[in-house]
Design a protein. Structure first.
Lengths: 474, 219
């Protein structure tokens, strides 16, 4: 999707016309919200846990450069090779170089949002390397050449029938079945062969521990363990904000992550990797590489307010609770990260010229802020980005790109009218008298009236009515 | 790519020094206070793990190898991978009766029998360091003697749990046992058989890892 025209408004309108898509999301999000609420039924515990989670993330951000150096030092000591990449191009080049050195033809992948940022699969394919997604949801959308529509449940936009059809069309040995166990069993058979034969395993990182040089991964399927244990080489990619200071910081972060994401007390597997295969050990990769990616994060970190975007632990709860996301679905955003966190993260990574529409797709209902397990003030950051979009400045890439002379003029007129009693009186008198005669198709009014009724002006102003009742002007 | 390294670190350092991040102390009391009595712990581990399709079998220090063998025979397992160099492995070897599933030694690098492991092994047996009441999780530290894939590739995973090796929280396990002073190659929590809900949120077990997880509680 990287090269396609990005038009969030158009994509949203199309999504809203798709009743199947809306039903799939509504059903899934309703379920996720109620299950998550049950996980945090003890309100005192929830408040203490999220305060702890926020403190862990803030402490990590407060020492970010030192912790990254410490992580590198400890990983290196443990035998993990650390690489740094400023851009996704650099990260892709690092991964490719490792692959070519070991003559890799097949890579199996665990779920990784950073690899989505990198468009790594398409990049590897271009260089003749097959990269197979092994997480079932990712595997499904890869078969259909789609992007994830949710960061935790990438195939949430599809129902069983659609997946059954897809499997029959795309997998040679498949017969049509809507039995979920059979569909899962089919994926198991196909992917086990891939695990066995893969030259390289690629994974993300949920938390990297500076103190011990440990990479932590949570997952339910076992594919994450497969890709990090079976192939002879493991490459982990992480955003530079994923580091935590201490090992004891991991339990609260993972607890908040798994409970917020899928309402599980913990995932089936918590996988903590500290070194490649040591002498005498009988399995595990012989090489582990950790690629630490910036891709705009250091710029986000530079702004005192916006840097709180980097607290995120990628649980996806904000999208589950977002009234906009639930209606338009994940694909409308045309971005690796949809929903509230996407709306503040992606414009900062890719710039407000390309992504200026995203922060506007928010009703300011604050639901995401209330459930964020690390207390990111998402709505506040959304507002800040709306301002950045129309005011040129250094804080965000392409700030000011959405500035419009017409809009600026309207606001100036508005301010002038509302700061002068005479002008205000004149304006309301005129609008009361002739406002309703204005056709709904007027240039600026049309934007509003295309999907809403035209507002009606009252014949008399509130001030007039108040005066009639003997309430004096102040 | 050392240019990337120095420019990233320099930029982060300059930003942080110009505007330090305000922090609050991390208060772990909420985790410290999660406590259960000894009997409650096992009951809770069982309840939470059974809710995600884990099966429990009771045994004693004397009879567990026979219990495991009988269980696997019933389950129709033909081949059982085990770690001969561990204490449990030695017990299995010495007490495995004829006529049951065949014991297969995991005593060589996986590279030498990868295909056999993926296609010809029905069950794997591992020890555990204990279990966690808070989340219903087993704690495993695979080692040179007890490799990582034992608990992942075979369709059935038999995990041996000593009934007195129970903890309250993951945080307690790592702090009391001072994990931060030396982590193994791989440390694991396992809370059930492999599962997925990626097809319309319908739970399905046994997607990539074991289809069944059997915890043998040894008293």
């Amino acid at each position: 999707m990287a090269h396609a025209e990005i038009d969030f408004g158009k994509a949203s309108r199309a999504a809203l016309q798709d009743p199947q898509l809306r039903a799939n999301f509504r059903r899934a999000m309703d379920g996720l919200m109620s299950k998550r609420a049950a996980q945090f039924a003890d309100s005192a515990e929830w408040h203490s846990m999220r305060a702890l989670g926020a403190s862990v993330r803030l402490r990590a951000l407060s020492k970010l450069p030192e912790l990254l150096e410490k992580l590198e030092e400890n990983c290196t000591r443990n035998g993990i090779t650390v690489h740094w990449a400023s851009t996704t191009d650099e990260a892709n080049a690092i991964v490719l170089e490792i692959m070519l050195r070991v003559n890799a033809k097949l890579a199996v992948k665990g779920k990784s949002m950073v690899s989505e940022e990198m468009h790594l699969n398409a990049f590897l394919e271009k260089h003749g390397i097959e990269a197979i997604e092994a997480d079932l949801g990712e595997y499904i959308i890869q078969l259909d050449h789609e992007m994830p529509s949710h960061i935790i449940m990438p195939a949430i936009h599809k129902n069983t029938k659609q997946i059954a059809q897809l499997f029959r069309d795309k997998i040679k040995e498949a017969e049509y079945t809507e039995d979920v166990d059979q569909l899962t069993g089919l994926a198991r058979r196909v992917l086990r062969k891939k695990f066995m034969n893969a030259d390289v395993g690629i994974s993300g990182v949920n938390a990297a521990v500076a103190e011990t040089g440990t990479l932590c991964l949570v997952e339910n399927e076992g594919n994450g363990r497969m890709v990090t244990t079976v192939p002879p080489v493991h490459i982990a990619v992480m955003g530079l904000e994923k580091v935590v200071e201490k090992l004891e910081d991991v339990p609260p972060v993972l607890s908040l992550l798994t409970r917020s994401a899928t309402a599980q007390p913990i995932t089936t597997y918590v996988n903590m990797i500290t070194s490649p295969r040591k002498d005498g050990e009988k399995d595990g990769p012989r090489e582990i590489h950790l690629v630490i990616l910036d891709n705009g994060r250091s710029k986000i970190y530079a702004d005192e307010e916006l840097r709180h975007t980097l607290r995120c632990i990628r649980c996806g709860a904000c999208m589950n609770h977002c009234p906009v996301y639930t209606r338009v679905g994940g694909h409308a955003y045309q971005a690796p990260y949809p929903g509230p966190i996407g709306k503040i993260l992606v414009p900062q990574m890719e710039g407000l010229d390309k992504r200026g529409a995203m922060p506007h797709a928010c009703t300011m209902c604050n639901a995401c802020v209330e459930i964020c397990p690390v207390q990111i003030p998402i709505a506040g950051l959304m507002n800040r980005l709306r301002e950045e979009a129309v005011h040129p400045g250094p804080a965000v890439k392409d700030a000011g790109a959405q500035a419009s002379k017409a809009e600026a003029l309207v606001w100036k007129g508005w301010a002038a009218t509302f700061s002068s009693p005479t002008a205000y009186r004149m304006a309301t008198t005129v609008l009361s008298a002739v406002g309703n005669a204005a056709p709904a198709s007027l240039p600026l009014l049309k934007e509003w009236t295309s999907v809403r009724a035209k507002p009606r002006f009252a014949g008399r102003t509130l001030h007039d009515l108040a005066r009639d009742r003997g309430i004096p002007d102040v | 790519m050392s240019d990337a390294r120095s420019s990233i670190l320099a930029s982060l350092r300059a930003s942080r020094d110009a505007h330090p991040v305000e922090t609050v102390a991390s208060d772990f009391t909420v985790l410290r206070e999660k406590r259960w009595g000894p009997a409650e712990r096992l009951e809770r581990v069982k309840r939470m793990m059974e809710a995600v399709h884990t099966e429990f079998v009771d045994a004693t220090e004397q009879d567990w190898p026979a219990v495991v063998q009988a269980f696997l025979k019933d389950a129709g397992a033909k081949t059982v991978l085990y770690a001969p160099a561990t204490e449990a492995g030695a017990r299995l070897e010495s007490s495995w009766a004829d006529g049951g599933p065949e014991l297969v030694r995991y005593d060589r690098p996986v590279d030498e029998f990868k295909e056999e492991m993926f296609t010809g092994i029905d069950a794997g047996i591992t020890q555990t360091l204990g279990a966690i009441a808070d989340t219903g999780s087993l704690v495993l530290w695979p080692s040179a003697d007890e490799p990582r894939l034992l608990s992942l590739v075979p369709h059935i995973h038999i995990a041996l749990l000593k009934a007195d090796a129970l903890y309250d929280t993951f945080w307690q396990v790592m702090t009391e046992n001072r994990w931060a002073e030396g982590m193994p190659t791989n440390a694991l929590l396992i809370s059930g058989p492999s599962k997925t809900a990626d097809i319309e949120q319908t739970l399905a077990y046994g997607v990539h890892g074991p289809k069944r997880l059997i915890v043998v509680v040894i008293r």
